[in-house]
Design a protein around this ligand. Structure first.
Ligand SMILES: *Cc1c(COP(=O)(O)O)cnc(C)c1O
Length: 375
């Protein structure tokens, strides 16, 4: 028997994946930069989390608690949940992948929306499934459109609520309508990476739905408002059966000890989280008013970032703005990979960064191409 394969070949669909490209962290030319490209918090983590992280460094020879029991206990106390229905992940990306791996196979379909988070496509393809992309309305997920794309092959629907990179959200009534329209075997994943920032009165966390329904998972992260992106901590709340499946396929020690200890301290520091939310509320509104006041179209956002749209005109395009801002050390996120080549995403930074951004947009709007550095 001759084997014509001369080297290992990945499963079908793996080579259809476009590797995720993170936001830039530096501007050309060096100098002081403000990284406003990855939706990290400018407030940093709780000092208590930093202290716990440093303490964990004293004992690195032992394996972490593979069940992350104390962290699940701390999350359960904070949200009044059954800790047996929480699974932690190495970032929520880990959990988003594990869900596709456990529930989607060759021949299955996974749904997400037009400008949905890129990890969903990667997770579905990596699992061997076919991504089904549903059009949005005004950069917002459209429940009727999603339901009209469900087929007998659909296994999973991912919704970020609020969504990244658009900043838009589905009111809880719409989330419930979506769930009610899905067949019982379809897993609905509600990714609430920015849930802690939302102030809209008609928004509600999917925790209640995940608590009551067998086919709903809610995921959250310590990477955004908790300021612990470097440590990679996410968690999912779901039925006992879904948690059982996740616990079978996850890495046995998918959270490290420093992450577990810092996470426990972070979720216990409510004052720090409130301070971060209050800073965001103030400066998100301020940036929206300043930038839209200059004539730019800005998508209203409930997260910690804004999607800003540009005309496709020489000297005024998103790429021109990106170059202009980068030259001042202001690093935004190009979102062409999200099907938004004429937009940039701006994370709410420190007060200093917000004021520099507003001034730079004003200069860019006036067409002062000089792009002089301000620092
Ligand atoms: C940032 C983000 C996450 C969080 O990813 P982690 O792996 O927890 O850092 C998840 N979903 C969305 C939509 C995000 O923007």
């Amino acid at each position: 028997m001759t084997n014509l394969m001369t080297r290992p070949v990945p499963r079908p669909r793996v080579l259809d994946i476009e590797a995720y490209v993170p936001g830039k962290s530096a501007a050309p030319g060096g100098g002081k930069t403000h990284k406003l490209s990855s939706n990290e918090t400018p407030m940093g983590p709780s000092p208590k989390a930093l202290e716990a992280y440093r303490r964990a460094g004293a004992d690195l020879a032992l394996y972490p608690d593979g069940a992350a029991s104390d962290l699940r206990g701390a999350i359960a106390r904070r949200y009044n949940l059954d800790p047996g229905r929480i699974v932690c992940g190495n970032g929520s990306d880990d959990l988003l992948h594990l869900l596709a791996g456990a529930y989607v196979g060759a021949g299955d379909e996974g749904i997400f929306t037009e400008h949905g988070f890129l990890v969903y496509r990667i997770a579905i393809l990596a699992a061997g499934g076919a991504p089904v992309v549903v059009p949005e309305t005004n950069h917002t997920a459209n429940v009727d459109a999603i339901l009209s794309h469900v087929t007998p092959r659909t296994k999973i629907v991912y919704i970020a609520n609020p969504n990244n990179p658009t900043g838009t959200y589905l009111p809880f009534a719409e989330v419930k309508r979506l769930h009610a329209g899905l067949p019982g075997h379809v897993l609905l994943v509600l990714d609430e990476a920015y849930g802690e920032y939302v102030r809209a009165a008609d928004y509600s966390s999917g925790l209640a739905l995940a608590g009551a329904c067998d086919n709903v998972v809610m995921t959250r992260t310590f990477s955004k408002i908790y300021g612990l992106a470097a440590l990679r901590i996410g968690w999912a709340f779901a039925s006992a059966e879904i948690c059982d499946a996740l616990n079978r396929v996850r890495g046995p020690f998918n959270l490290n000890t420093a992450a577990i200890e810092a996470g426990i301290a972070a979720i216990g520091d409510a004052a720090h989280t409130q301070m971060a939310a209050a800073h965001n509320a103030k400066w998100l509104d301020w940036l929206y008013a300043e930038i839209s006041g200059l004539g730019f179209k800005v998508t209203p956002s409930v997260g910690n970032f804004l999607l800003i749209h540009f005309p496709r005109e020489a000297g005024k395009s998103a790429a021109d703005a990106d170059r202009f801002l980068s030259a001042r050390g202001l690093i935004l996120r190009a979102v062409g990979a999200y099907g938004l080549p004429d937009a940039l995403r701006l994370t709410v930074g420190t007060e200093e960064a917000c004021r520099l951004v507003a001034a730079a947009f004003a200069d860019f709007a006036r067409g002062s191409g000089g792009a002089a550095r301000h620092d």
